[in-house]
Design a protein around this ligand. Structure first.
Ligand SMILES: Cc1cc2nc3c(=O)[nH]c(=O)nc-3n(C[C@H](O)[C@H](O)[C@H](O)COP(=O)(O)OP(=O)(O)OC[C@H]3O[C@@H](n4cnc5c(N)ncnc54)[C@H](O)[C@@H]3O)c2cc1C
Length: 391
């Protein structure tokens, strides 16, 4: 019997577990995660905005994995590749014959002072729930003091997380205005970023930007944030100060810090993998999801890290372990993106998707419906019908 250890119960880790549980090989599979629940990280911006309860995107791991898999709740501290062990904070060293490393992403601050201490991060249930509370506390302080400084929100970055968050925030404004006693246009929402939604074409990104501007968002584009403080940010070449009570640091992500701590040859905690998702240095380790770096043969660039490719990588890695154990050759990495949908709140989105072999670009309510179908489908695949209907 071979010991297979999966670390991380995100999209990649859970897909690997699902397939490993069905394997005809003689495997003893153990899954480790720091929390007892899986969370749908693509929905964290909604938790941070306070528009959805965290429980709606959380699934108890032991309810959704096969009973054949042993689950250990613990923090992975370091991977000891030469010893074939992983050190856990409470359970000590645990050995493996094959490792599936799916430890996922963390916020990338690009060494910006104050980004991690004074910025609100969106990378897990804890920090996203804290963000929602901080925002509510700020609005409640306005209600008590009538000091307009509390009516200000700033997002840093023009990528997916920042834009999806802005869509959700503008949707919440009328509710907050009523609850905390202000006019909707008194809440100042600003986004500072070098660029806006670069993964869409100009027409679609202009649609998204105009929609958010119409809802009151002020964009300061072409600028980086240089420093975050507890009452604002310094930005741009002349280092101007912009006051804000609630500053969301949504400028990018990197792979898990365990990657650097374990001495891998990495860039931003991502490691280049072979065609079968294994490592050159340690062929019994598969890196899947946001900790891996895979080159798109068409563009020559690394694929962007997404839930979609994480799931594909996990399937590819498990198929290749099976091939290895059966003495068969490597199944090539042959990924085709199904497209991208960026939410602009519950009733609006921009979508650039592949359907029936065609590339389809949709803006507006239908795109929001597509986004919701993707979310429901992902919940169903993870946890079955009952939990999908709850979410
Ligand atoms: C706001 C937001 C919106 C997004 N929207 C989309 C979208 O629409 N479509 C899309 O395809 N992608 C989207 N993404 C990207 C997507 O969420 C990630 O690419 C995906 O979650 C990566 O999956 P993963 O399994 O690699 O890691 P993760 O989902 O990050 O899971 C990692 C798991 O490892 C656990 N873990 C981490 N460190 C440790 C440790 N040291 N010890 C023990 N356990 C640990 C965590 O608890 C977690 O369960 C979005 C991301 C964000 C932040």
């Amino acid at each position: 019997m071979k010991k297979v250890l999966v670390i991380g119960a995100g999209f990649a880790g859970l897909r690997a577990c699902k397939l490993l549980a069905k394997s005809k090989q003689d495997l003893e599979v153990t899954l480790v995660d720091r929390t007892p629940y899986h969370y749908d990280s693509t929905q964290l911006y909604r938790v941070a905005a306070g528009s959805i309860a965290p429980e709606k995107i959380m699934f108890r791991i032991e309810d959704i994995i096969s009973p054949k898999i042993k689950f250990i709740q613990d923090e992975v501290q370091v991977i000891n590749g030469k010893q074939n062990t992983v050190t856990l904070a409470n359970h000590g060293d645990i050995s493996y014959d094959y490792l599936f490393n799916a430890l996922g992403f963390e916020p990338e601050t690009f060494n910006t002072p104050g980004a991690d201490t004074d910025g609100l991060q969106i990378s897990n249930i804890e920090n996203s729930s804290r963000d929602a509370k901080a925002l509510q506390d700020s609005l409640a302080k306005y209600a008590q003091t009538k000091d307009p400084k509390y009516l200000s929100i700033l997002t840093v970055g023009g990528g997916f997380t920042s834009i999806e968050l802005l869509g959700e925030l503008v949707h919440m404004v009328p509710t907050w205005a009523k609850k905390y006693g202000f006019q909707p246009n008194e809440l100042k929402i600003t986004c500072v970023a070098p660029a806006f939604l670069g993964m869409f074409n100009e027409k679609q990104s202009t649609y998204a930007k105009r929609y958010l501007e119409k809802k009151g968002v002020n964009f300061i584009l072409g600028s980086n944030v240089n420093k975050v403080t507890d009452d604002g940010v310094y930005y741009g070449q002349d280092n101007q100060f912009l006051p804000a009570a609630n500053i969301f640091w949504t400028a990018g992500v990197k792979g898990s810090d365990v990657i650097a701590a374990s001495g891998y040859d990495q860039h931003r905690n991502r490691v280049a993998v072979n065609d079968d998702m294994s490592l050159q240095a340690y062929p019994n380790q598969y890196l899947i999801g946001d900790v891996s770096a895979v080159k798109d043969p068409t563009s020559g660039q690394m694929y962007p890290t997404t839930a979609q490719i994480s799931i594909y990588e996990a399937s590819n890695a498990v198929a290749n372990l099976e091939n290895k154990l059966a003495g068969k050759s490597v199944a090539p990495f042959n990924y085709h993106s199904l497209g991208t949908v960026c939410s602009l709140g519950p009733h609006n989105a921009v979508a650039d998707v592949s359907m029936l072999g065609l590339n389809v670009k949709i803006n507006g309510f239908i795109a929001a419906v597509v986004k919701n179908i993707i979310f429901k489908r992902s919940s169903y695949e993870l946890s079955g019908l009952k939990m999908m209907l709850q979410s």
